[in-house]
Ligand binder design. Structure first.
Ligand SMILES: Cc1cc2nc3c(=O)[nH]c(=O)nc-3n(C[C@H](O)[C@H](O)[C@H](O)COP(=O)(O)OP(=O)(O)OC[C@H]3O[C@@H](n4cnc5c(N)ncnc54)[C@H](O)[C@@H]3O)c2cc1C
Length: 442
């Protein structure tokens, strides 16, 4: 694509960084604007409060990141990030009332990285800012879009720097991408320009997280690097996850849906861990050495903004990442979906910039459909969860309950489920004849 000079990305969290990576191949200059100051690699920051909590990088997301930043896996391993590539020893998954059967990495996949969110984001930011056509303005707020005199186009973004006595200014751009997260003001900005905002879909789940770091010892959980204990709807709304991370530590996350929030005091945290459907996490943390305070997070509802359904939208503007769709975090999908959207953006930019918004939103919607379907159907297993229950969702959930029972003894079914949860295969793959037969034979 020729003649494209400048793209601006609002927000330099994982969504914004991935959008910027896609744009860097097509624009002479890409500018990231971020309201926070960038911390040292591996440090948390205010604009990404969720970064202190468990952040699983699904296999699909890890593979896309490696493609966009070749060498990422090896570099992070050099920094002490554990690789989880022998699931038969390193992954313990309790779901549907039992442990999933152990399966091997027969596809020879590289494996999942046990990387903390601040290290991953800091590493990606460093790689990106090393590109010659990439720059960032820190401590800078995007205030709104600047419409072009040519009707139906955005020509830049209004900004205010948090330094220099809050000087306001404008950045001219051929393309502005809003990756400012779930609190995105794009719907409002569109209305100000005379456009309709997108429809919104929500599934209300009221999830609470409590998280703490512990020192990791080789003998813990028999050498496993991940333990997942998932909720058992409709009765048990609690979950636990531990992930091995750089620095020989565990990040331990306890969660509860529909207001069954885990507490933040020591005794309450332990008691909540003990109440999970399986004992592995409690057995580990009752004797392990804590390395941090217990911190909490509340998440009300998964939220999808249907930009792909709009019939009018200004040229020169896109919305990306959590600003389009933010998922119940217990499924660990957000960063991987942002990575999928980066590939979608690259694909559509290769086809030129005419009608880019329509093509990008449609294509990204297809990437979002599957993780959204997983979240919605799983969350609606709880009778109290608010959202639209279609007959299809009821059938899927009845089948999934059966599938989990089959996965307790059948490694083929357990692996098929793991592939779907990691966004490597669509949920429909769980209905293919070989799996269907294994599930139905009981
Ligand atoms: C508790 C929790 C746990 C999660 N766990 C996982 C997980 O296990 N795996 C996973 O893949 N995903 C997980 N996610 C989701 C993941 O964090 C997001 O999907 C991911 O960060 C991509 O989001 P984003 O970059 O689009 O938005 P955000 O991460 O919300 O970032 C928005 C950025 O925009 C900046 N910003 C906002 N407004 C402005 C403005 N006006 N001007 C300038 N800058 C602005 C903010 O400072 C911030 O840097 C979790 C989310 C939560 C809440």
């Amino acid at each position: 694509m020729s003649g494209q000079n400048h793209a601006v990305v609002i927000g330099a969290s994982m969504g914004g960084l991935l959008a910027a990576r896609a744009l860097a191949d097509f624009y002479q200059q890409v500018t990231l604007i971020e309201r926070d100051a960038f911390p040292r690699i591996g440090q948390n920051r205010k604009g990404v409060p969720q970064g202190r909590h468990t952040h699983a990088l699904l296999l699909r997301g890890g593979e896309i990141l490696e493609g966009l930043f070749p060498g990422l896996t090896a570099d992070l391993m050099d920094r002490g990030v554990p690789l989880i590539n022998r699931p038969e020893r390193e992954l313990i998954w309790f779901d549907g009332g039992g442990y999933h059967a152990r399966f091997t990495n027969e596809d020879g996949r590289t494996g999942a990285l046990g990387v903390s969110r601040p290290l991953l984001e800091g590493y990606v930011r460093q790689r990106l800012l090393a590109l010659p056509n990439l720059s960032a303005i820190e401590q800078c707020d995007a205030l709104g879009l600047v419409p072009s005199e040519r009707a139906g186009r955005v020509r830049g973004v209004r900004i205010r720097r948090r330094v220099e006595e809050g000087a306001e200014g404008m950045l001219e751009a051929d393309l502005v991408v809003d990756a400012s997260g779930r609190g995105s003001r794009a719907p409002k900005w569109l209305e100000e320009m005379g456009y309709a905002p997108p429809e919104e879909e929500r599934v209300t789940v009221h999830v609470g997280y409590s998280t703490r770091l512990y020192r990791r010892r080789p003998e813990h959980v028999n050498g496993a690097k991940t333990v997942l204990i998932t909720p058992q709807p409709p009765q048990l709304k609690r979950l636990g996850v531990i992930l091995a991370q750089e620095g020989e530590r565990w990040i331990v996350g306890l969660g509860g849906a529909l207001g069954d929030y885990p507490p933040s005091d020591e005794a309450g945290f332990l008691a909540f861990a003990q109440s999970l459907a399986a004992p592995d996490i409690y057995n580990l943390i009752k004797d392990a050495e804590p390395l941090s305070e217990i911190i909490t997070y509340r998440f009300k509802a998964s939220l999808r903004r249907r930009y792909e359904k709009l019939t009018r939208f200004p040229e020169g503007f896109l919305v990306f990442g959590d600003a389009v769709c933010s998922f119940n975090p217990i499924y660990g999908q957000g960063m991987s979906v942002a990575a999928m959207e980066a590939l979608d953006l690259q694909h559509e930019l290769r086809r030129g910039d005419v009608g880019l918004w329509r093509r990008f939103f449609r294509r990204a919607a297809r990437s979002i459909d599957i993780p959204w379907q997983i979240v919605v159907s799983s969350d609606l297993r709880f009778p109290e969860a608010e959202g639209k229950r279609t007959p299809r969702i009821r059938v899927i959930n009845a089948y999934m309950a059966r599938l989990h029972r089959a996965a307790h003894r059948d490694p083929v079914v357990a692996k098929a489920f793991n592939d779907v949860a990691n966004l490597l295969a669509p949920p429909q793959s769980l209905m293919r004849p070989t799996i269907l037969w294994r599930v139905l034979r009981g």
